[in-house]
Design a protein around this ligand. Structure first.
Ligand SMILES: [Zn+2]
Ligand SMILES: [Zn+2]
Length: 107
């Protein structure tokens, strides 16, 4: 029993170390937001219209999702309407369409 207990702290320490090294960028969530200035530039670039169907935009959407490490930069944002936004977030096809758009026009 005592041997087991003595071994455990070493293991759980190294596990904690692994976890903390994964989230060592505290600034990431703030960098991922579009600042008001960036948002304005994206809306001006896209004329305030959804880049897919040209309806009036409802959102500035992250082409590379924040959860995938996408940042709040001009080349990662597009104007998008409600229905295209649902589509972008609901299936792989939708996500890839916007990634393709980004590769062609924004980078
Ligand atoms: Zn979105
Ligand atoms: Zn749309």
């Amino acid at each position: 029993m005592q041997l087991n207990l003595a071994n455990q702290p070493v293991r759980s320490y190294s596990k904690e170390k692994q976890l903390s090294s994964k989230r060592r960028k505290p600034k990431r969530s703030r960098l991922a937001e579009f600042s008001p200035k960036v948002r304005k530039q994206i809306i001006e670039r896209d004329n305030g219209l959804c880049v897919r169907c040209y309806k009036l935009h409802a959102h500035v959407h992250h082409v590379i999702f924040r959860s995938q490490g996408g940042l709040g930069t001009i080349d990662n944002g597009v104007c998008i309407c409600n229905s295209c936004h649902d589509w972008a977030h609901s299936c792989r096809e939708g996500r890839l369409w916007f990634e393709g758009y980004r590769m062609r026009y924004l980078i």
